[in-house]
Every structure is written in structure tokens, then in C-alpha cells.
Ligand binder design. Sequence first.
Ligand code: NAD
Length: 330
Amino acid sequence: MTRAVVTGAAGFIGSHLCAHLLAAGDTVLGIDVLTDYYDPALKERNLRDLIPHPSFTFHRVDLLEAALEPLVDGADVVYHLAGQPGVRPSWGKDFELYARRNVLASQRLLEAVRDRPLRKFVYASSSSVYGDAPAIPTGESVCPRPLTPYGVTKLSAEHLCEVYRITLGLPAVSLRLFSVYGPRQRPDMALARLIEAALTGRPFPLYGSGEQTRDFTYVHDVVTAMREAACSSFTGVANLGGDAPVSMKHAIAAVERLVGPVNLDPRPSSRGEARHTAADIALAARAFGYRPRTELDDGLAAMADQSVIDLARQPESGSTGPRAMWRGAT
Ligand code: NAD
């Protein structure tokens, strides 16, 4: 039996990871403070199916303040997903939040585990460490040059994991995640906003020409790979991408086919937005058998199903309009 600790357990990816670990027979201690980066009620919803599970315990604490040693005591694997996400808001005065929640919180957690017999410390790093990479698809040997303050904080925490690995022998893995999507995706992310726009008729702000490409990666493929990495002997840094990059125009067309027309609101490109992202996943495939299995259309359909349920729960959502055109709506 594996005893896992998951930070960021109430978040989008963290809640899927907890469900996956529990289904695989692990016991899970979840940690999350439920920050207000987006509506904490959504995070409570993410926890709803986890809380009753007999092998799940949850601690609503802040990694920056809590005594962490008792929480990681006896853990075999620590999955560190807690952090302040979002690229655009990381400029300006909110940078302090990014530095605290992504860098300082990670350093506190690494200190708490450094002398323990952990089997693995798995860190959720990001494709944003690459910025506009000189090679597409991008391999891990490319020198990371983030273009946003968010990317700088993710790279700093990744470097910390590498320092604890190389200098102190901590068996750490940093997985660079590429645009993760799926049911319960964070409401600020592009595909969640796109599906919501198609369902409600509200405009979708499209930054740039729509020719920018993204390597969308389905959340179940990501959490499966996180556990596979934890069970393997691999340590170091590896990409996790979907292996099928598409342009935003292509993603918009896919959502329109599935859900209905999208009312586009064209905006200039956003500062620091990479033009293309695409992961070379050869290392993850070799090291722990990674293979993304979910096609974009299938993943989007699962997301749209969830969004229909969420919208139906909102009192102001009527039963007419584009929502009625969703072919999965019953
Ligand atoms: P999310 O915001 O849904 O989840 C992060 C969770 O961390 C939140 O529930 C938040 O309340 C919690 N948290 C933040 N600071 C905390 C603290 N100090 N103490 C305790 N809890 C804290 O985000 P997500 O999309 O699920 O992302 C999870 C991780 O994966 C993040 O570290 C993010 O940087 C990384 N990542 C995500 C993506 C993506 O496409 N979603 C891509 C690359 C990397």
C-alpha cells in the first residue's frame, strides 16, 4: 500500500490525481488552503466525491504557514501541485503571491521531506518554463527561457527540486505539464472559457490571430503519468504533453462542432504568450512508459458534459440559447 500526500488536492489537477490514486488503492492525505484565485466553491465541489472515501483525509492548511513535518510523516510519495497558476495575472503587484505560493511554499515542503525515506517527490512544473522555445517539439535539453513572471516562479521551484535531488539525494521528479484540460478545468483557462462561451452565447476573448498552437494534454493522461513516474526509478525533469498540438482556431472549430457557435471577441496577443508549444515526450515514454491516450474531441466532449451540469446548477442559466444545441445535453 502506498501512502501519498497530494498538495493542491482541491484544485483541478490535484482532485483528479487524488481520485486516480484512490482508485489504484493508495491512501491519500490531501492538503489545500482553497485560495481565492478562482471561486473556492468550485474547489469544495472538487473535493465532494473524495471526502467520503475511507482512504482519503483532507487538511485545509496553507503550505506557507502550517507545520508540514507531521503531514508528510510516513508518506511514501509526495505529489506537489499546490501553487498560484495563471500566466496573465502574474505581472505587477500580484507577483508577490506567485513568489510566495510557487517558490517559498515549495521550499518549505522540500525542507519538510528532505531527510525522510521518500520513494518519490513529484512536482507539477510547467511548459511555461520554455517561453518561445527555439525547437518544436521541445525536448528537456533546451535551455528554459520563461517569458512570464509565472514561468519564472515555476522554473525557480523546479530548480529547487533539482537542488534537493542533486545535492541532498531527494528522489525528485519535475513534470513539465503542457496545457492540461478536462472536466473541472480551472475557469480561467482557454478551453473552459471556450466551452462556456459556446454554451451560453457569451463572447470568447481570442488573444492574437488564433494561429498560436497548444499541446493540449488530457487530465487523466497527466495524473496516470504522475503515478507511473512515482512508481518508476526515474528522477529529474520530463515533459508531459498531449503529442498532438493544434492551433486555437482548430480548438475553436472542434468546440463549435461539439457544442455550437462561438462569438469571438478578438484581442491583441497577450504579453509573454508563447506562439507555439509542443512537447517532445520521448524521455517520459522511455522512463516511465508515458503515452497520452485521449483524443482532443473525446476530452472536449467530457468537458462539455461537465459544463452542462455546472451551468444547469446555476440559477440564472435558462434552458434556451446555444446550450440547447449541445448534442450531449439530455
Ligand atoms: P488549481 O489552481 O486548480 O490548483 C492549485 C491548488 O493549490 C488550488 O486549489 C489552491 O487552493 C492550492 N494552493 C495554492 N497555494 C497554496 C498554499 N500555499 N497552500 C495550500 N494550498 C495552496 O491549478 P491546476 O490547474 O490544478 O494546477 C495544479 C498545478 O499544476 C499548479 O502548480 C500549476 O502551476 C501546475 N500546472 C498546471 C497546468 C495546467 O494546464 N492546468 C500546466 C502546467 C502546470
